[in-house]
Write a protein that binds this ligand. Sequence first.
Ligand code: PHE
Length: 345
Amino acid sequence: MTNLPLDAFTAELQRLHAEAGQVLTAVADDTALELARVTFLGAKSGRIRQVQKGLGQVAKEDKPAAGRQFNAVKTAVEELFADAQQRIDAGASPGAVEAVDVSLPGTPLRLGRVHPLTQTIRRVAAIMGYLGFEVVEGPEVEDQWHNFEALAIPAEHPARDPLDNFYISVAQAAEPLLLRSQTSTVQIRVMEQREPPLRIVSLGRVYRPDTADATHYPMFHQVEGLLIEPGTTMAHLKSVLRSFASSFLGGDVHVRFRPSFFPFTEPSVEVDMEWNGRWIEMGGAGMVDPAVLEAVGYDPDVVSGFAFGLGVERIAARRFGVADIRDFYRNDVRFLEQFSDRGQV
Ligand code: PHE
């Protein structure tokens, strides 16, 4: 029986080759591979076997050509099969595209959190905001006027000693600058710019060449408050500090004033806070000295106000129960990750 033209046989072979190529490059697992093997290479009724049967129907003179074509396609399909098997054994996905199984459980992301000192700064700023204080900022590199002179700290004052400050060398004849040793500098900067009434709070870094220990560090943070309003008294100062402390630490916090001295406040006090039965020194405060008001161009006979400066590290240590402030700067994740910032601003 010779009724199959060579063209038709060739076309049939090409179809087989194309289909096998499509299927075998896409199979992704052993089951699909086995199915493809039976479909194409199956000994009894696989597609190759079927096409081979057609070979007998090709005219005698076309047989050698048809046979060569058949063998070439058979080899090609066997190679496609071997490639697919190798790919599946190696565990790779078909083609170049990675399969994504959206139902697989996710890998937990390691979430960072806000540093406990930053958390503290933000909370203090928020609470002072409720009390009507606006947050302002000042530079960390200061001139002598804002860090000392305007704050009634004259040239001969021991607070200006080079051993107690980080002076910065500048061009010859220029006045030495320094890393600010207190945030009281910001009081001056704001009063120079604005007219009373004022309620401002400034939170930031200050620098002093202290030896690091459990309660000291050459860089630390302060929160400075300044209120300038007619009729201000020490009683207002105490109630603002008490409201702040109660909001921050929670519950009933007692505030105690001890007489002290700062060149820029008169009278001056040390501020202690009692919480859970323990008194802690938090900073200094007082009524703004008339000399300071004059330095910024205010009339001390008309204007009065109070100022305070508290240590952020002390507030944070008290709140979080931290015994050594150096832990705040070690950047040890095991320490830092204990302070949840959930629900924080
Ligand atoms: N600047 C003072 C200090 O660093 C604290 C202070 C601020 C005292 C404001 C009085 C008023 O110690």
